[in-house]
Design a binder for this molecule. Structure first.
Ligand code: ATP
Ligand code: MG
Length: 258
């Protein structure tokens, strides 16, 4: 049975897309069949795996709004075991168009249920909002990863996110779990980074992944080549840390990596 994991935090620029792309690519490198669902109109995950959002014909938007089958929206990437359901800018309109639709919070869940078992992992990249598309993503998911940037105001907005998760658990998806909190853009040399790590670990304890994602240039430049860091420079600290995250998740889920 496939597991669906959303990468969510309504705070912008905390490393959601970087995590979605590189975690998915790492799971694929471990020979697990993986699908990225790009649920952000910015379409950064789409372009980050080498697909031009302007050339996307059927996106997650058509799945949710026009009831197009998810299988018809899947695009293969150049990476073995890694597929994507892309996004494009029209997804902005989905929020508005879906308001009058019946069961509007469950459209993504219904779409993905048809393909869930074709994959080991489905990773959903959410936008920096708690709007209807993110609610759809969290309703469709088994768990979520919350990236937290090792920066000033790291915990800002986390209370609101946890509250939204509670509401979704109560009303829409009782099975939703927090897979873990992921510390991103960690800089060993910065006192501030270390303070944030300590604060988050003290507060959230075992909810926090052991794996820390360092600030690493290969992670920030690989999207411009349209590849994950593991394809750009497999020996980089960034690529290795996301591979470690994938292994930690597999361990937590008691699946043996190939
Ligand atoms: N570990 C890292 N090291 C260096 N740069 C990083 C790292 N993680 C993310 N970045 C860079 O920081 C910026 C924001 O990251 P990213 O796009 O992953 O965040 P996001 O949460 O998806 O943003 P948004 O909220 O806009 O969707 C990007 O330019 C990305 O390349
Ligand atoms: Mg993003």
């Amino acid at each position: 049975m496939g597991k669906i994991i959303a990468i969510a935090n309504q705070k912008g620029g905390v490393g959601k897309t970087t995590t979605a792309i590189n975690l998915a690519a790492s799971l694929a490198a471990l020979e697990l069949k993986t699908l990225i669902v790009d649920a952000d109109p910015q379409a950064n995950a789409t372009s980050g795996v080498g697909i031009n959002p302007k050339e996307v014909e059927v996106s997650i938007y058509e799945c949710m709004v026009d009831d197009i089958e998810a299988t018809k929206c899947i695009v293969q990437t150049d990476i073995k075991y890694l597929d994507i359901i892309p996004s494009h800018i029209d997804l902005v309109g989905a929020e508005v168009e879906m308001v009058s639709i019946d069961k509007r919070e469950q459209k993504m869940k219904m779409s993905l249920s048809a393909i869930k078992d074709d994959y080991d992992y489905i990773i959903i990249d959410c936008s920096p909002s708690l709007g209807l598309i993110t609610v759809n993503a969290l309703t469709a998911s088994d768990s979520l990863i919350v990236p937290v940037q090792c920066e000033y105001f790291a915990l800002e907005g986390l209370g609101k996110l946890l509250n939204t998760i509670k509401i979704i658990q109560n009303r829409l998806n009782p099975e939703l779990e927090i897979e873990g909190i992921l510390l991103t853009m960690y800089d060993l040399r910065l006192n501030l980074s270390n303070q944030v790590v300590q604060e988050v670990r003290t507060h959230f304890k075992t909810m926090v992944f052991n794996t820390l994602i360092p600030r690493n240039i290969k992670l920030s430049e690989s999207p411009s080549f349209g590849v994950p860091a593991i394809s750009h420079d497999a020996d980089s600290k960034g690529a290795i840390s996301y591979l470690n995250l994938a292994k930690e998740i597999l361990e937590r889920n008691q699946v043996n990596a190939a």
